[in-house]
Each structure stands twice: as C-alpha cells, then as structure tokens.
Design a protein around this ligand. Sequence first.
Ligand code: SF4
Length: 222
Amino acid sequence: MLLPEKFLTCVRCEDGLKREEGQTPVPGEGIPNAEVMLIGESPGTEEMKNARPFVGKAGENLNGFLESVGLNRNNMYVVNTTRCRPYKVTEKILKNGNKRITKSNKPPSQHAIRSCATWLDMEIDLVNPTLIVTLGSTPLKRLIPEYSISKVHGTLLTVPIQHAGVKEESREFTLSEREFYIFPLYHPAAIIYRHELQEVFEEDLKRLRQAIEKLQLNSVLM
Ligand code: SF4
C-alpha cells in the first residue's frame, strides 16, 4: 500500500462511519510507478470484503474489456475516487411481520468525494502516471469538473487537474501545475444497465488503445 497506515482507519466521511466491522477503506493497487492509472468511482460489497479495488464481477468486467483491446491491467495502477462503499439502507415489513433490511449501492456524496480527495491526490502524486483513465462521471468531475462524460468520452485530453493537496484539513481544490493526459471512459458497470452504450464503449476502448500506442506507454500493451 502506498498510503500511510492511518488511511486504514479513516472516518472522515459518512461512508467510513458506515463501514462493516473489520473492514477498512480500499487502497489503490498496482505498479507503484505505473504509466497508466485507472480511476473508478467507489468500492462495492466485494471490494470492501477484499479491501481491493475492482475485484469480483466488476473486476472481471474491467479486465475483460481491457484485454479485448490488448491492454494489461496488471501493469496499471487501479484506484477509486472514494474508498468506502456508499450505500443506502431500506427497510421493508414483510407479510409475516418480519423486517427485511437491504443495503444498496448509491453514488458517493460530494462530501465523501471532497473528504477522500487527499487520499486520491496522494496516490496520483506518488504514482505520477503519464495517463489517467477515468471510469464514469464521478472521477472525471473530481479531476476536471467542467467536463461532461457524454461530451468527452473516448477522447484524449491534455489538462491540469483539480488537486486538494495532501493535508488532511485541505478543503480547497487548486489546479495542478503540470498537465495530465486524461482519457475519459464510461464506467464498465454502466454498460450492463445501458445496453445502448455497449458499442460506444467498445469504440472508446479502441481509441484508448490508439492513445496509449501514440503516447508509447508500452508497459501496458499485451
Ligand atoms: S470514503 Fe474516503 S474519506 Fe470517507 S471514510 Fe472512507 S477513506 Fe475516509
């Protein structure tokens, strides 16, 4: 883990306070000086159980999509925008009078995104990737809020990113001094619910491969 040990006990936001007993926030995972960093949204149940990003079904999906265009996740650094599962609890009274409690995923709140920003920025600083691939709207908006996924998916951007600094109390975002290559993709999970995005997503993946070749980030090519 690249982050300091205190990360594992972080309760800066409501999602940390709702962690199940024995669970920790999910750190990023991968090559410490990877040329390519993938940033997703938030961990789900499987990720929390394993304390690893993009495992289980979500991980299989991601790996499959990357492999379909000859990209190797193992040589990348994979991380989420926030590190504890955001979920809502619903209670339903069954016919027999018993109560059924369901926990379902929800997008992270702005407060969680802001509270978690210093962890993500610490990892971006440490890994110092040449290319950042954002998966879905949440990481894109976190890094470059003025951009919309529906307009810039599948294109290679060269821009400074919002940076919260590494101080815990840091709440104000500033723009990074350096520019990053950013390649926005839809979130792989969105393809499951929005079939109309399947073709778009596959085309974007091919463009990602072309961008990686153009930037000569050969470590992630299979
Ligand atoms: S989501 Fe991030 S800021 Fe919130 S408790 Fe978890 S690690 Fe801390």
